[in-house]
Write a protein that binds this ligand. Structure first.
Ligand SMILES: O=C(O)C/C(=C\C=C(/O)C(=O)O)C(=O)O
Length: 253
C-alpha cells in the first residue's frame, strides 16, 4: 500500500493510492492535481547519512570512505513535499541534489540487532537531500549551512509499506535534471546497510515511530540552477518531483 499526506481545500489529510485516484481519509477520491503534497510522514527526528557511498565520497575528494556511519540531523524547516519548490540561496555557487532511500521507523527501537532491524521499519519513501557545496570544507564541522537550509529536503510522494518492497538493499537510485539522467546508483552499494544503520543508531539512542533515516547518495551530484526540474527516483518506491526557485520566491511572512 502507498500512503501520502496531502492538503485538500486547506485541510491536511492522510491519503492512500487507489486505482480510482487518491483516496482521502474522509473517503473522497481526488486527482493528483487537486492536492498539495506534504511529506508522507510528519518529520520528527530525521537522521541523515553522509558519505554512505564510496563513489560519492570520492567525487567530493574525500580520500577515505567513513569507517563508521557519519550521521547528522535535519531540522523541520528543511522538509517539503512532492512537487514543491526548493530555494537556491543567492549566496551560493554550487547546490547539488542527492537522491536517497528514506527509511521510516514503525515502532520504538532500542538496542536492536541487525537481524531484527526490519521488524522496526514501517516503510520507505524517496528523499532529495540538497547540499550547498560552498560550505563543504571538511567533515569535522557541523554541517548546518550545507544541509539545513529552508526547503532543501523534498520528501515523498508516497510512504510505501515495507511488505511491498522485497529487497530495500537492491533498488536503483536515479536523478533526472530537466529530463536528463544525471545520477545513477544502487542501494546495494551503501557502505552501511539499512539493518546496520538501525543497529548502530538504536545502540546509543531510542528510535521512535515516525523517525526517518536518509541513507545517503551515490555519485553524480551536479550543480543545479534556478528553474531546473529535479526528479529523484527510487525503484519501486516513487518519483519525487521538485523545482528550484530563486530566493525572491520564498517569503516566510
Ligand atoms: O553534501 C555532501 O555531499 C557532503 C555532506 C553530506 C553528504 C551526504 O548527505 C551524502 O553523502 O549523502 C555534508 O554534510 O557536507
Amino acid at each position: 500500500m502507498r500512503h501520502a499526506r496531502v492538503a485538500y481545500n486547506g485541510l491536511i489529510q492522510n491519503a492512500m493510492d487507489t486505482e480510482a485516484g487518491i483516496q482521502l481519509e474522509d473517503g473522497r477520491i481526488v486527482e493528483e492535481s487537486e492536492v498539495t503534497w506534504l511529506p508522507p510522514v510528519e518529520p520528527k527526528t530525521v537522521f541523515t547519512l553522509g558519505l554512505n557511498f564510496a563513489d560519492h565520497a570520492a567525487e567530493l575528494s574525500f580520500k577515505e570512505a567513513p569507517k563508521e556511519p557519519l550521521v547528522f540531523l535535519k531540522g523541520p524547516n528543511t522538509f517539503i513535499g512532492h512537487r514543491g519548490e526548493t530555494v537556491r540561496p543567492s549566496d551560493v555557487t554550487f547546490m547539488h541534489y542527492e537522491c536517497e532511500l528514506a527509511v521510516v521507523i514503525g515502532k520504538t527501537a532500542k538496542n536492536v540487532k541487525k537481524e531484527e532491524a526490519y521488524d522496526y521499519v514501517r516503510g520507505y519513501t524517496v528523499a532529495n537531500d540538497y547540499a550547498l557545496r560552498d560550505y563543504l570544507e571538511n567533515y569535522y564541522r557541523p554541517n548546518l549551512r550545507v544541509k539545513n537550509r529552508d526547503t532543501c529536503t523534498p520528501i515523498g510522494p508516497w510512504l510505501v509499506d515495507k511488505e511491498d518492497i522485497e529487497d530495500p538493499m537492491n533498488l536503483q537510485l536515479t536523478t533526472y535534471v530537466n529530463g536528463e539522467i544525471t545520477q545513477q546508483g544502487s542501494t546495494a552499494d551503501m557502505i552501511f546497510s539499512v539493518p546496520h544503520l538501525i543497529e548502530y543508531l538504536s545502540g546509543f539512542m531510542t528510535l521512535n515511530s515516525g523517525d526517518i533515516i536518509l541513507t545517503g547518495t551515490p555519485k553524480g551530484s551536479v550543480d543545479t540552477k534556478v528553474g531546473d526540474e529535479v526528479i529523484t527516483e527510487v525503484e519501486g518506491i516513487g518519483r519525487l518531483v521538485n523545482t528550484i526557485v530563486g530566493e525572491e520566491a520564498f517569503q516566510t511572512n
